[in-house]
Design a binder for this molecule. Structure first.
Ligand SMILES: Cc1cc2nc3c(=O)[nH]c(=O)nc-3n(C[C@H](O)[C@H](O)[C@H](O)COP(=O)(O)O)c2cc1C
Length: 379
């Protein structure tokens, strides 16, 4: 595998480089007959686009999508054939990379791509640029609509939980977070107090030619039990792979994650209880997944993004001709990737869930046992 495709039933191949003609995706395996809402897909791209606030890169891209295939020309419904979605790059400025393109940016992908391929698109970081994530967001929005047709109660909501040392984890009640409360601040942190402090911190880092990292949390509610698989395709393993595949991602937690050892087993277990023929748990430290299979509780995960690699202060580095040199990077960069990462994380969760759903339907049929309430007698 060359590493550009995700999924098994609903597959997404992304294409394009940051300063090439276009970026986008080819989706294969989308069910036929779906009337996609293209304005909603475009709205997701707007949440990801650069230039949306002073907290993100000023590269000015409209990111207007074009759908090239996969739709019935009469009804506009999906045909079940590959859906190709393309966004043309318009505001590339390769000149700002020209002077220093033989020098590897510390903690960026430049050296790795050279080491692997012996050639790389240095303009704007080529394929390692976050422009690649346009294809993920478009495909994730399509996946979200496929899921919504089957699970109307499903909500996948991500938000910025932490920037640098400003951690809003205990200030935010996940059950109250909505898309509107997330998008109310350009930081995409739904707690107004933390959002204001995060904004100040990001602007300060930007002024200093520096950058900040943080956490995005994502919760999916309204999903039934029974999705996922045992062992190598555990739903939590797939989610971890999906989120770790994002640029600048450095860690993933499911449920209690790395805080689990703070509890004893008795404290940590999620007690079961049937409520109105539905299985629930009174706590959700499992993050909605046990044994690799959803239990019907919210799927709850967190992804850590490092501080943006390209900073605008001088740094020690090395070039591709064997010299240790100083790097003075230029160009337009995100001082903090977190606000733009929110729709990208949601897209990856949608892609994981749609694939799990289509696998389940293929293997077990729909409806499946877990949708029926107590499974044996009166329970
Ligand atoms: C939304 C988003 C925006 C990003 N913007 C930048 C950027 O402006 N400059 C930069 O150096 N890295 C940026 N990155 C991260 C790089 O693409 C990433 O660090 C690089 O490809 C190296 O990969 P790795 O960090 O996963 O090892 C961004 C990442 C995301 C998710």
């Amino acid at each position: 595998m060359a590493g550009n495709t995700f999924g098994t039933q609903f597959t997404v191949t992304t294409f394009g480089e940051s300063h090439g003609a276009a970026v986008g995706c080819v989706i294969d395996g989308c069910p036929p007959g779906i009337d996609l809402d293209w304005d909603a897909i475009q709205a997701e791209l707007a949440r990801r686009r650069p230039g949306q606030s002073k907290l993100v890169t000023p590269r000015d891209e409209k990111d207007q999508l074009e759908c090239l295939s996969g739709l019935d020309q009469d009804s506009g419904k999906t045909l079940g054939t590959p859906i190709a979605i393309m966004v043309r790059n318009q505001d590339q400025r390769s000149k700002s990379y020209e002077d220093w393109h033989h020098i590897y940016r510390p903690s960026h992908a430049d050296f790795g791509y050279d080491a692997k391929y012996g050639i790389r698109a240095w303009q704007g970081g080529g394929r390692s640029s976050a422009r690649e994530t346009i294809g993920r967001v478009a495909a994730g929005a399509v996946a979200g609509q496929v899921l919504a047709a089957r699970f109307p109660a499903l909500r996948v909501t991500a938000w910025v939980e932490r920037v640098h040392n400003l951690d809003a984890r205990y200030a935010i009640d996940p059950t109250t977070v909505t898309r509107d409360s997330v998008d109310a601040s350009p930081t995409r942190c739904p707690d107004p107090g933390f959002a204001a402090d995060m904004e100040t911190a990001i602007l300060e880092a930007k002024k200093n030619g520096d950058s900040l990292g943080g956490y995005v949390r994502c919760v999916a509610t309204g999903l039934p039990p029974g999705l996922g698989a045992p062992l190598f395709a555990k739903l939590d393993a797939i989610i971890a792979q999906a989120l770790m595949s994002l640029p600048a991602a450095k860690g993933v937690e499911i449920g209690s994650g790395f805080s689990g050892p703070e509890f004893t087993g008795l404290e940590h277990n999620d007690p079961y209880a049937w409520a109105d023929n539905t299985m629930t748990t009174s706590s959700n430290r499992s993050g909605g997944i046990q044994g690799g299979i959803s239990n019907g509780m919210p799927i709850d995960c967190r992804v850590v993004f490092k501080p943006t690699a390209t900073v605008l202060k001088r740094q020690d580095s090395a070039d591709d001709a064997g010299n240790n040199v100083e790097l003075q990077a230029k160009g337009r960069h995100d001082p903090c990737v977190l606000p733009r990462a929110v729709p990208i994380v949601e897209a990856m969760i949608n892609l994981c869930l749609v694939d799990a759903f289509l696998q389940q339907r293929g293997q077990v049929g729909d409806p499946w046992p877990g949708l029926a309430g107590p499974l044996h007698g009166e329970g």
